[in-house]
Ligand binder design. Structure first.
Ligand code: HEC
Length: 133
């Protein structure tokens, strides 16, 4: 009996510890699950992509420091719909975006590759016919 009463508080503490470990374990497992399998639709409202609202703002941020004005790099001005659509539909723009960073032809030149969801915007816009929308 005396043995029981001295063990009881320890047992209680052990149970609290066990519950804590299980809760922490679930939290860690959920963290790992999230990393291994991201949510199924990471690229938001990609279906509503437009030239003026999505494509051009990305070009202005990442590309038009070089591909604009009177003498754009490679003679390619990416400020207007016609030349962006031509470059996207012939394939060279998408090809450049999808190159690995180790490739010197990767665009943006000397920069970081665009995030996958930004590249997906270009691809979806091209798939829908590269409209001036
Ligand atoms: C720092 C300047 C710079 C930036 C920023 C830049 N480019 Fe370029 N781009 C160049 C230069 C210089 C060339 C020509 C050399 C080459 O072909 O790699 C080129 C070539 C290209 C070509 C090939 C054109 C052709 O006719 O062969 C495409 C397509 C292109 N860039 C798209 C882009 C896109 C899209 C972005 C933004 C995501 C971008 N570039 C950002 C400098 C830049």
């Amino acid at each position: 009996m005396t043995e029981n009463t001295t063990k009881s508080p320890n047992f209680h503490a052990f149970r609290i510890l066990a519950v804590l470990l299980v809760v922490m374990g679930i939290a860690v497992m959920e963290g790992c699950t999230y990393e291994v399998a991201p949510p199924p639709l990471p690229c938001g409202d990609i279906a509503g992509v437009s030239f003026g609202g999505d494509v051009l703002p990305l070009l202005d941020v990442h590309c038009n420091g070089c591909h604009s004005g009177g003498s754009p790099s490679a003679g390619l001005n990416l400020e207007n719909h016609a030349s962006v659509a031509q470059s996207v539909l012939e394939g060279s723009l998408l090809e450049r975006l999808n190159l690995p960073q180790t490739d010197i032809r990767m665009m943006p030149l000397n920069g970081n590759p665009l995030p996958a969801c930004d590249i997906a915007l270009f691809e979806f816009w091209a798939l829908e016919g590269a409209l001036n929308n």
